[in-house]
Design a protein around this ligand. Structure first.
Ligand SMILES: Cc1cc2nc3c(=O)[nH]c(=O)nc-3n(C[C@H](O)[C@H](O)[C@H](O)COP(=O)(O)OP(=O)(O)OC[C@H]3O[C@@H](n4cnc5c(N)ncnc54)[C@H](O)[C@@H]3O)c2cc1C
Length: 340
């Protein structure tokens, strides 16, 4: 159980199995205030706390300060622009994004992805920024069994219990990124706005997530002290045909075994992005997207395209089933896009 109780003013403690670890909680009043505090090497940002507090209890991080972002002006806002694009504050609740009428109408792949996240309580507590930056669910990493992400010299999943691990983009570590919204945002060509002590920058969602071959300490391009401020979805991705499909081990709520975000934009361009299969949302190659965009596909064409999309999959000993699942989801998605 996680117990957080006041020790003295702004001093808190988290109950571990055999001890209590104190930390300071700082409620940032502005973005400047947040980035100033986060410049401290042992400070960590906190959104809804649904992942971070468990992570601390698992003794996977030892921050001296948690910096609360929720009081930063505009942090939770969802702004629809006159041109039809939309800006989501990093503090926007997953449930608010799922239920937002403009998002349901213009970006249904995102509202469906948000609606598929965990439980109702998690969607109410969890923020967009926290969801994109949540840490991997790999059971070796989360149980502090030595691995490449926690100071070990090898990935135990590679030859171990790798049922839920990557079939694309793995090596030297084989985590999959757990976020559903990340998959939809990649398919919608969203831009992620980042702020740190040295200023702001914007990166495409597709480039925001990085492979373990690039870095092992994190799953994103964020440097220490940087936070996600907002995510913007361009008007070019509004409307058209789009959907998000997710296969789970449990029927009711779970992380994705495999998921797919499929978008056919009004300008005819297609985006197909897989989730649950790689350390980052995995976009299928552009030549396949172009062939799907050309339309007039029969069942054989659809099956061939799905097969081509999975040609580079490299399943581990125990996750070959993900190739079958991805193939089924891709065929369903391509058929859906082809119906327009
Ligand atoms: C049982 C369970 C089931 C779940 N199922 C799903 C699922 O099906 N699909 C899915 O997508 N997710 C799922 N999740 C993850 C859940 O959605 C996340 O816990 C939640 O979205 C994280 O949001 P948060 O605001 O609580 O983040 P926090 O717990 O506050 O933070 C998570 C991480 O993000 C960092 N962070 C927070 N905000 C920012 C920011 N603005 N900039 C930079 N870093 C930041 C924190 O430092 C921390 O490292 C599940 C979680 C649980 C516990």
């Amino acid at each position: 159980m996680v117990y957080i109780g006041p020790v003295v003013h702004q001093r808190y403690a988290i109950q571990l199995s055999d001890s209590v670890r104190p930390f300071t909680y700082h409620r940032a009043s502005s973005l400047d205030d947040a980035t100033r505090h986060l410049a401290d090497k042992s400070a960590i940002p906190i959104g809804g706390g649904t992942d971070l507090l468990v992570f601390l209890q698992e003794e996977l991080a030892e921050p001296s300060e948690l910096v609360g972002l929720s009081e930063i002006p505009g942090w939770r806002d969802i702004d629809t622009r006159d041109d039809g694009s939309i800006r989501l504050g990093a503090g926007a609740r997953i449930s608010d994004i799922a239920r937002h009428a403009d998002i349901q109408r213009s970006f249904p792949a995102l509202s469906q992805a948000c609606d598929s996240v965990g439980t109702t309580a998690l969607r109410h507590m969890g923020t967009l920024g926290g969801n994109l930056c949540q840490r991997p669910r790999c059971w070796y990493f989360r149980r502090n069994i030595k691995c490449l992400k926690n100071g070990g010299s090898d990935c135990p999943a590679k030859l171990g219990e790798n049922q839920y691990h990557a079939i694309f983009g793995g090596g030297p570590c084989y985590i999959v990124h757990p976020s559903d919204p990340a998959v939809a945002l990649t398919a919608l060509d969203a831009q992620v706005e980042i702020a740190g002590k040295l200023g702001t920058r914007t990166v495409a969602a597709e480039d925001f997530f990085v492979l373990p071959s690039v870095r092992l300490d994190r799953e994103t391009v964020l440097e220490h002290g940087e936070v996600v401020v907002a995510v913007e979805i361009p008007v070019v991705s509004a409307g058209g045909r789009q959907r998000y499909d997710k296969l789970m081990q449990r029927g009711s709520w779970d992380f994705a075994l495999v998921s797919v975000a499929a978008v056919k934009r009004r300008d005819g361009d297609v985006r197909l992005v897989l989730g649950g299969v790689a350390p980052k949302p995995w976009r299928v190659t552009s030549s396949i997207e172009e062939d799907v965009a050309s339309g007039n596909l029969d069942e054989t064409d659809t099956a061939t395209l799905a097969e081509r999309a999975l040609y580079d999959a490299r399943p581990l000993d125990r996750n070959g089933y993900k190739v079958e699942q991805a193939s089924a989801l891709l065929r369903r998605a391509i058929t859906f896009l082809n119906e327009s």
